[in-house]
Design a protein around this ligand. Structure first.
Ligand code: 5GP
Ligand code: ZN
Length: 134
């Protein structure tokens, strides 16, 4: 299913031209318009799924296999030193486009890309709460 109001449906299906690194029957891989670093790309399914919760399980597996292949190839092409895979779900998590996508962000030594978070201590209360309910 596609959503006619969704920009990523249009990009993934070629309705709007975009810099494409790879395409197959399930996905298009494009360069991000606002890259965190040189080569920042997005894996986008051609069908509309708002987020990981909605994503078809088979496609979820295929997306990760594709990410492995793309990262391996792009590391060679770009000469980067590492990679972050980032996937945001929900506004509070930084999602701005509500069509599932997987960020592949090349990392270069001392590139200053800020993807960090503050490290907290796992509390006894949180550990017991989570383990008792999972
Ligand atoms: P999110 O914040 O939802 O995880 O990521 C959305 C990403 O999509 C952002 O990195 C943003 O730069 C990218 N983006 C949004 N609109 C477009 C577009 O029209 N073309 C491309 N290539 N990237 C886009
Ligand atoms: Zn869509």
């Amino acid at each position: 299913m596609r959503d006619e109001n969704c920009i990523f449906c249009k990009l993934a299906n070629g309705d709007i031209p975009t810099a494409t690194l790879y395409e197959d029957e399930d996905f298009r891989v494009i360069l991000d318009a606002n890259p965190a670093s040189k080569g920042h790309a997005l894996i986008i399914p051609k069908e509309h799924y708002a987020n990981l919760y909605e994503l078809d399980e088979t496609l979820a597996g295929k997306a990760m296999v594709l990410a492995k292949k793309m990262v391996t190839k792009l590391t060679d092409v770009l000469g980067c030193d590492g990679y972050n895979l980032v996937q945001n779900n929900g506004e509070c998590a930084g999602q701005t486009v509500f069509h599932f996508h997987l960020h592949m962000i090349p990392r270069y030594k001392d590139d200053g890309v800020g993807l960090g978070w503050k490290l907290n201590e796992l509390t006894d209360e949180d550990r017991e709460d989570i383990l008792s309910r999972i």
